[in-house]
Write a new protein. Structure first.
Lengths: 354, 85, 398
């Protein structure tokens, strides 16, 4: 079984996170329950001719992947694996609305061909001229982790590979609004920074993209090792607790060996119970960090957790804005990530500093 | 005819999201595909819909488009001869 | 040679039958399932031919015994029917006896319900349960929840190669010892979204599709779901399982040529076939028959044909056929539908014909198998290609 190292990582989110020299030094405060990504200058990464048909998720994905590749020193990866919960929602939505509003007439192909879930993966391959393995996972809040699991499996088969792995989700005008109707998103505007204390149902949403370059060998640029990763389609609060303790035990570790946990609390009073239970039991003596009051929740938001883990290892510091309890670790060697959405698609990830 | 040519240039830019192109930069006889404006097969399909929607011209076979979309002049000629609206 | 991963069960529902055996009967009696569209309302109903499952959603939910307030889209309904048959076919009664995972390929997910209710969600509260159901992952979870699979569940969405990629992932996970059993395949229902989408690309045929024919006009869309049960050799031995066949080779490559069109040299397809042979530890002469992707679009059949001549040599290309003229192009499900047909070919020693072929293509001398023939076969190669340059090849053995 070969190892799996993160040799480059980049994240675009609702916060300014693309400058490698800062780590959440400046926080943007949002006052609404749906907000957009803080855009880098996409023109620095994408040629104008290539850009003209690109929707937001393609721009975010191509840019984040290009930064991650760049800081890993890999030019052309040996596989491209992407995850997205909702795919290219903007183009899908426009195409669907054109069908419905024009009674299936006067439709054009561009929106349709960009509506497939693998559009971003395909566009990255096209841009790089990369003919290697290229697969896209779409599994709600476990989409990003499904991609990482495939990459980890591939490194055990072919350890010489450098694999580009990433997640992308975008906000679309009307489809995202529908999530207010079915209660996934909070009905009233909210000061997002106070999300975790909201005590109301639903969450807030945004968009973003995280990309990583993974390899089986530790290199100078290696930031973290993905020791283990597991997804659970559905399970109760106790099942999660058992899964976490047994994952830790598999690596001959104890909960005490974890320096921090990064949790996916999203301010939904009905489902934060999954996190609260862990916070009050197994993790009661561990430093607890949350981020969705900065980024909002969307299917691949958990990719931001990977980025946080790497940044914490790099800087040996966890910014106060992330902290939800009074414990501060003395060092950061082992970090556990746990995330779920609506009690489904749970993911547990163990990261170790390089 | 000159008016139609200008109209087509504006429509092309909008329909094909040619963000960095100005209508004045497109010559009447510049090739639209390949070396000229650099349009591709997806753009050709977009233009087929434009013909139908705005000028009432329905092409059955996408291959017919190749000759019609050679340049703005050729396109304008074809439209003025075949338009139904 | 790679011994491959054991396949112990399969299930399918398509326009030519509601079970594996019904599909086999239709293939053997050459009874294609291409017709005018009836179940779905579209203004294009007189312009296109489709491979449609002639059952209403109501029929399907009754068969599954679902609560009337369920949130299964048609994609989830047919997926559940096929996955359930696959489990029964593999004699699995306790799905959690071994570490079991579920991976489904789908392109549109629950789009069929979204397009029905999209404009009406603000008005009608009872339809809002379908808002989440649009998402591909939700479709998969509806099926896995029904089957009681709670651990590793995922969805692959790489357009028309999705199910092939799901089968490949299942085989790789079992080979690596990550899991003991995987239910893998794909499902896609017909929707206005795909009918109009392929319509805008002007690649829908107004009559029965004619794969690999010089005068081919485009594809017929279809709907289907098909799943395979893959099990580790340890489980097969312990349970004394009957093995239907094995998946011995797999690969995915990217054409990196164009967003939707395939390259004229078939590079992606060539790389996928080449790598799959390598994984299987085989050479091209080991292949007895190719179940081609063969959608009957001008672009696909040319590109795939060129790729086959590059792999096998124009004179030495094995017998091949596309079964798309039976079922239509079932998009994300195509890879698993054709996996089931490949396994039936191996079991029955039959090659199912490439229907509606008349004229050889100008570009090469390849001619598909147009009659049902009996042939002793050990190894079949099956191709599936999708948008985004996505090319997948699977190799099945007896």
């Amino acid at each position: 079984m070969s190892d799996c190292f993160i040799n480059g990582i980049a994240s675009i989110s609702a916060q300014p996170t693309t400058d490698p020299n800062t780590f959440l030094d400046e926080i943007i405060h949002y006052q609404e329950s749906i907000f957009k990504a803080h855009d880098p200058n996409y023109k620095e990464y994408i040629k104008p001719a290539a850009m003209r048909r690109m929707s937001k998720s393609v721009k975010m994905g191509v840019t984040a992947s290009s930064i991650a590749l760049n800081n890993s020193g890999v030019e052309i990866p040996d596989a491209i694996i992407t995850g997205t919960g909702m795919g290219c929602k903007q183009d899908s939505e426009k195409f669907l609305e054109n069908i419905l509003h024009n009674d299936e007439q006067f439709l054009t192909p561009t929106l349709f061909i960009q509506s497939t879930h693998n559009t971003v993966g395909g566009q990255i391959a096209l841009g790089l001229g990369c003919k290697a393995y290229n697969v896209t996972y779409v599994q709600g809040s476990a989409s990003f982790e499904s991609s990482v699991m495939d990459a980890k499996l591939m490194l055990s088969e072919e350890p010489e590979k450098n694999i580009l792995v990433g997640g992308i989700d975008e906000v679309a005008k009307n489809s995202t609004m529908l999530h207010k109707l079915d209660g996934q998103i909070k009905a009233d505007p909210i000061d997002v920074i106070n999300l975790l204390k909201s005590n109301t149902p639903g969450t807030v949403t945004s968009e973003g993209s995280t990309f990583m370059v993974l390899g089986a060998n530790k290199v100078e640029r290696s930031i973290a090792k993905i020791v283990d990763i597991e997804t659970i389609s559905r399970g109760g609060i106790e099942d999660v607790s058992i899964a976490i303790t047994s994952l830790i035990a598999r690596h001959n570790m104890k909960i005490d060996d974890l320096d921090a946990v990064v949790l996916g609390n999203n301010g939904d009073i009905n489902f934060d119970l999954y996190y609260k239970n862990l916070q009050n039991s197994v993790f009661s003596e561990t430093e607890q960090l949350c981020y969705k009051h900065l980024t909002g929740d969307y299917p691949v938001a958990s990719g931001f957790g990977f980025w946080l883990g790497c940044k914490i290892f790099e800087t040996n510091n966890a910014p106060d804005i992330l902290k939800v309890n009074d414990i501060t670790a003395k060092k950061y060697e082992n970090i556990l990530l746990y995330n779920q959405y609506l009690g489904k698609n749970h993911s547990i990830v163990l990261l170790q500093r390089c | 005819m000159a008016e139609l040519r200008e109209e087509l240039k504006e429509k092309l830019i909008e329909q094909l999201s040619l963000e960095d192109v100005e209508a004045s930069e497109i010559g009447d006889d510049d090739p639209l595909f390949g070396d000229g404006l650099g349009l591709d097969s997806i753009d050709a399909l977009e233009l087929i819909v434009l013909l139908e929607k705005d000028y009432g011209i329905k092409l059955k076979d996408p291959k017919e488009g190749k000759a019609i979309f050679e340049s703005i002049s050729v396109m304008a000629d074809y439209i003025s001869k075949h338009r139904t609206k | 040679m790679n011994k491959g991963i054991a396949i112990t069960g399969m299930g399918i529902i398509s326009s030519i039958g509601n079970t594996v055996e019904e599909n086999l009967t239709a293939l053997k009696t050459v009874s294609p399932g291409i017709s005018r569209i009836q179940m779905l309302k579209t203004r294009h109903s007189e312009e296109i031919m489709v491979g449609e499952i002639k059952k209403t959603n109501n029929d399907l939910e009754k068969e599954l015994g679902l609560d009337p307030l369920h949130s299964f889209s048609r994609t989830a309904l047919i997926g559940t029917i096929a996955a359930k048959e696959a489990l029964e076919n593999a004699n699995i009664t306790d799905v959690n006896k071994y570490r079991t995972g579920f991976v489904s390929g789908t392109s549109v997910g629950g789009m069929d319900t979204t397009e029905k209710y999209y404009l009406d969600y603000t008005e009608t509260e009872e339809h809002r349960r379908y808002i989440q159901a649009q998402h591909a992952g939700y479709t998969t979870q509806s099926i896995s929840d029904y089957l009681g699979i709670n651990g590793y569940v995922s969805t692959i969405s790489t357009a028309c190669s999705s199910a092939a990629n799901a089968i490949m992932l299942g085989a790789r996970m079992i080979q690596a010892g990550k899991i003991d059993r995987m239910i893998v395949g794909g499902t896609d229902a017909l929707s206005k979204f795909t009918i109009n989408g392929f319509g805008t690309l002007m690649i829908l045929s107004d009559s029965e599709c004619t794969p690999f024919d010089d005068d081919r006009k485009g594809l017929n869309l279809g709907e289907a779901a098909a799943f395979l049960v893959l099990e580790s050799d340890a489980v097969v031995e312990k349970e004394n399982k009957k093995v239907v066949g094995r998946v011995a080779g797999w690969a995915n490559a990217n054409d990196a040529y164009h967003q939707t069109a395939s390259s004229s040299d078939g590079e992606g397809a060539y790389l996928a076939m080449k790598k799959a042979l390598k994984v299987a530890g085989m050479t091209p002469v080991n292949i007895d028959y190719v179940n081609a992707h063969g959608t009957a679009t001008p672009n696909n059949d040319l590109s795939e044909g060129v790729a086959m001549t590059r792999i096998f040599g124009e004179e030495d290309t094995p017998l091949f056929s596309s079964t798309k003229a039976f079922t239509g192009h079932t998009l994300a499900a195509a890879g698993s539908v054709e996996a089931v047909y490949s396994l039936l070919s191996l079991r029955e020693n039959l090659i199912f014909p490439n229907l509606n072929f008349k004229t050889k293509m100008k570009e090469f001398s390849l001619v598909p198998q147009t009659e049902l023939v009996s042939k002793e076969m050990k190894t079949i190669l099956s191709n599936s290609f999708g948008f985004g340059g996505n090319c997948s090849t699977l190799i099945f053995t007896k």
